[in-house]
Design a protein around this ligand. Structure first.
Ligand code: SAM
Length: 254
């Protein structure tokens, strides 16, 4: 099974661990929120900041928007992982969430969110709801989120979880995110959390002028490139290669 990992140190090319696909992950009743976990969340933020510093040459910045880190310091990641992995929820690692999928590494969630340059009330489209964690981080930034998941049980679990935790500004739909959600377009930001082998034209079409899309692009069998696309005007896009990454593939019939 592929995992989302980052080059924590560009010189050492640390790709992180590949978790085995035999890992059995049950989504069961989440653990009650616990304030004692705040210290672990704060430690996770420090690890993200350290990774950002180490990859600053790629990111072209040495720190992230405080609002993004503050949002991640509030969202209870332990609620989004299987109960048997709760004690690992605040490691700066991706974790399996069942169905061969993963909750992304916190550092990756942080930089992808940061690059979208989000403002309150922005309309955000997420492709690949997974556990719902990334959607919750987006919502914690006071954005309105539409999120699409192709694996029905994951999408249903995420929907229930997000509702239970009070993330009311997130709407989850089951479907193939390649085609976006045209009924709610245009979006100020689009975040794709699975690797596509090309940039999906329907998503580009649904990006507002001034909007940003972040997407990993490349082969499912190797490292991909995280790409930031900005729509400058109706006819012009600017693309920037940000960082080598490794994501699970964007599936579907396209
Ligand atoms: N954002 C998620 C989170 O916070 O837990 C992690 C996403 S996981 C790395 C990638 C997700 O993309 C998987 O749940 C997978 O089922 C989903 N996916 C893959 N192809 C898809 C598609 N065409 N449309 C929608 N979701 C897709």
């Amino acid at each position: 099974m592929l995992e989302i990992v980052s080059y924590r140190n560009p010189f050492k090319l640390i790709l992180g661990i590949l978790l085995t696909s035999s890992c059995i992950c049950l989504q069961v009743e989440p653990v009650k929120a616990d304030d004692s976990l705040q210290a672990k969340r704060d430690q996770m933020i420090r690890l993200i900041e350290q990774d950002v510093l180490e990859t600053s040459a790629y990111l072209k910045r040495s720190s992230l928007d405080r609002r993004v880190l503050e949002a991640m310091a509030r969202v209870p990641r332990h609620e989004f992982v299987p109960t048997d992995l709760v004690d690992r929820a605040y490691l700066n690692r991706p974790l399996p969430i069942g169905h061969g999928q993963t909750i992304s590494q916190p550092y990756i969630v942080a930089i992808m969110t940061d690059l979208l340059d989000l403002k309150p009330q922005h309309k955000v489209l997420e492709i690949g709801t997974g556990s719902g964690y990334q959607a919750a981080v987006l919502a914690a930034l006071e954005t309105r989120v539409w999120s699409i998941e192709i694996i029905e049980p994951l999408g249903q679990q995420a929907k229930t979880r997000l509702q239970r935790l009070g993330f009311d500004s997130v709407e989850v739909r089951i479907g193939d995110g390649y085609y976006g959600w045209p009924e709610h377009a245009p979006f100020d930001a689009i975040i794709v959390t699975a690797a596509a082998n090309h940039i999906p034209p329907p998503l580009v079409k649904q990006l507002a002028v001034g909007g940003k899309m972040i997407i990993p692009v490349g082969s499912r069998f190797s490292t991909q490139e995280l790409i930031l696309i900005t729509r400058v005007n109706e006819d012009e896009l600017v693309t920037r290669l940000v960082l080598p990454v490794r994501f699970v593939p964007l599936t579907g019939g396209h």
